[in-house]
Ligand binder design. Structure first.
Ligand SMILES: [Zn+2]
Length: 305
C-alpha cells in the first residue's frame, strides 16, 4: 500500500531567483493528508495561499508561474518535480520573494534537502490519476500527448539547431530511484546569444554558469562540462514532471512530447482535466505491484510511519 507523504519536519533553504536575480528564502513545512502543495508569499501583506494546481498557472514564458499579479510565484517547476519524484503530496511552502530559488539549475538541491529532512508517511492512501484515453495538444509544430499506461512514462524529444544539442530523445519510466539518479540532476540551459534579449525582458538576471548550462554558438561553456551526455532532454523530462504534477495526483499514463515547453505542458494538463472520459481517480491499492514498488523510497531516505 502507498500512503500519502509529507516532510518529517520543517526545513529552509536560501538561494537566488534565476529571473529576478533576488535572494530568496524558502521554508517547507509538513502538512496533513489531502492538503496538496500550497505556496504562501510571506514578503507581501495579505497574500493569498496559492495551491499548486494546473488551472492556477499564469505565465509560462521560460518558467512556470503560479497565479498572477503581486501574488505570483515564478519558477515552481524544479521544486515541484523534486516533490513529485519523492512522492511528497502534502507540504506548505513559504517564500519571501516572487520566485523559487534556482539553486544549481536542476532539482538536485531540492532532492538533497528533502532527503536530509526525511519523509513522513501519513495515514491516508495516495490517490492516482489513471489515464483511460489519449489526450493530445499541438501548437506551432510542437505537441504533447498522454495515453493509457500502468506507470508514469515520459518519452521526450527536443530539437535544437545547435551542434551540442541537435535532436535528443529519452524515455523515462517513473520510480523514485530513477528520478533521483537519472533526472533530478539535469540542469536548465540557455544560449549565450539569448541572454541579452532575456535580460532586456527582465529575465535571467540571476543566471550564471553556476545555475545553468550555457552554450555559445558551438559548445557548452561550463568548464565542468555536462552531467549526462543528453542532459538537455533529461532536463526537459524534469520540467515535464514538475508541470504535470500540477494536476494534483500521481499519474499513471504515458506522456510523449515533441519540442514541448511549459506552455504546452500546461495546455495538456488543462485539456486532460477538462476531458472527464480521459481519466479516473483511483486509490493506490488498485495499482499493480510493480507500480507500487516504483513509488517506494530508496533506503537512503529516512521514512517515519
Ligand atoms: Zn527547467
Amino acid at each position: 500500500m502507498i500512503y500519502q507523504r509529507t516532510l518529517a519536519k520543517e526545513v529552509q533553504v536560501t538561494g537566488i531567483g534565476l529571473h529576478s536575480g533576488k535572494k530568496v528564502k524558502l521554508k517547507l513545512y509538513p502538512a496533513q493528508a489531502n492538503t496538496g502543495i500550497v505556496f504562501r508569499r510571506v514578503d507581501i501583506k495579505d497574500s493569498i495561499d496559492q495551491k499548486a494546481d494546473a488551472i492556477s498557472v499564469g505565465a509560462t514564458d521560460n518558467n512556470t508561474t503560479l497565479g498572477s499579479g503581486k501574488d505570483a510565484i515564478h519558477t515552481v517547476e524544479h521544486l515541484l518535480a523534486a516533490l513529485y519524484g519523492l512522492g511528497i503530496d502534502n507540504v506548505y511552502i513559504e517564500i519571501n520573494g516572487p520566485e523559487v530559488p534556482i539553486m544549481d539549475g536542476s532539482g538536485a538541491s531540492f532532492v538533497f534537502l528533502l532527503k536530509e529532512t526525511g519523509v513522513q508517511h501519513l495515514n491516508t492512501t495516495k490517490k492516482f490519476m489513471v489515464i483511460t484515453d489519449t489526450v493530445r495538444v499541438e501548437h506551432d509544430g510542437k505537441w504533447a500527448q498522454i495515453e493509457p499506461a500502468n506507470n508514469l512514462i515520459i518519452d521526450s524529444t527536443i530539437v535544437f539547431a545547435h551542434p551540442a544539442i541537435k535532436t535528443q530523445r529519452e524515455t523515462f519510466e517513473f520510480s523514485c530511484e530513477n528520478f533521483i539518479n537519472k533526472i533530478s540532476r539535469a540542469r536548465t540551459f540557455g544560449m549565450l546569444r539569448d541572454v541579452d534579449m532575456l535580460k532586456r525582458k527582465g529575465l535571467v538576471k540571476g543566471g550564471s554558469l553556476d545555475n545553468a548550462i550555457v552554450l555559445d554558438d558551438f559548445k557548452v561553456m561550463n568548464p565542468e562540462g555536462l552531467r549526462f551526455r543528453d542532459e538537455f532532454v533529461r532536463h526537459k523530462i524534469l520540467d515535464t514532471i514538475g508541470d504535470i504534477s500540477l494536476m494534483g495526483y500521481e499519474i499513471a499514463g504515458k506522456v510523449t512530447t515533441y519540442k514541448s515547453g511549459h506552455h504546452l505542458h500546461n495546455l495538456l494538463c488543462r485539456k486532460i482535466l477538462e476531458t472527464q472520459s480521459a481519466y479516473e481517480i483511483v486509490s493506490a491499492a488498485s495499482l499493480t505491484a510493480e507500480v507500487q514498488e516504483a513509488h517506494r523510497l530508496p533506503n537512503m531516505i529516512s521514512v517515519t510511519n
